[in-house]
Design a protein around this ligand. Sequence first.
Ligand code: HBI
Length: 366
Amino acid sequence: MKLKSLNLTFVSTPIGHIGSGRGGGVELTLISLIRGLISLGHKITLIAPEKSFLPSDCSSVEIRHIEGCDQSSWQHQIHKAPIEIPMNGVLPRLWEDALEIGKNSDAILNFGYDWLPIWVSQFIDMRIFHLISMGDVSEIMKTLIQDLSESDPNKFAFHTYRQAADYDLKTKPIVVGNGFELNDYKFQPNGNGPLGWVGRVSPEKGLEDAVAVANSLGEKLFVWGFMEDVDYASKIQASFPEGIIEFRGFLPTDDLQKELGLCRALINTPKWNEAYGNVVVEAMACGVPVVAYNRGGPGELIKPGYNGLLVPPDDVSALITAVSEVKAIKRKDCRTWFENTASKEVFAKRIEDWISQYICTKNLKT
Ligand code: HBI
């Protein structure tokens, strides 16, 4: 049955505007989904913090810019932190607008990992879906997601099974993976380049371990990503010889993939239960195999010997050994895995199935 075109409202993360890089992987997910769902014929309205912008091929999307100050990031709070809503916070305003606009849409999709929208959705007779972007970083969020998914499991989707395993779910989780624009990434066959690392420069990403690998091999490590924690970065630089790290900054996707594609391997060192691992997939998209800790999403996405290698979490010497073995992996296989598993088309279809199944079953019941 061909699904009618849906009129969808997307509500972005309250952590920085889209295009700033501060929203981490959520920005990439949101833009891929917009592109994928537009190409499936759906209409999207985006509600996002002021200054947010989208790529030119998303010009059919109405962006509703909302003023206000960021929600503090869960990554910088202790596990038992209470919910804080800052004065003039953007989060309540995003949802004030969403509950108004959402009245005329078939569904609202929430990209923020925040208590307010998830909590309020249980009382609202609208189709509000939550794409959960992180593993267990907060006790109060974990409890809320577990409780509400017990009563309405189809409202929640996760990127990987490993991420979903952080939550004590009573039913099999809805896992939707992630999606990328195939044409944004160019396959590069040369496997003799440097070692690379990509990610927000922040303690949960474990950059220090990747630097230790490069240092033990007497090589430079190329680092791309948003410099979120300058003290953390300076401490790493101070604990290794001068020049071991070359920070390349947070680059737009086109520039990133050009440089990343030159690497012989990406080293991925998550210290937390990374929900998915966008950077792992972006590397594979360019033909770069990934050597990673067997932790979180990367541990699920990497097929050892095919698109990368997995080592026990936090085992730096095993990383060093794996880096010497990575040349056995065919770079073309990394690209093939990417095309078959993580294209924006495949991802958008999974999201369309998730939302439309709910809409169809609910209509049957009403
Ligand atoms: N913190 N409060 C809050 N809300 C978010 O949506 C959020 C966050 N921290 C990190 C983050 N989102 C994203 O960078 C990750 O979900 C990828």
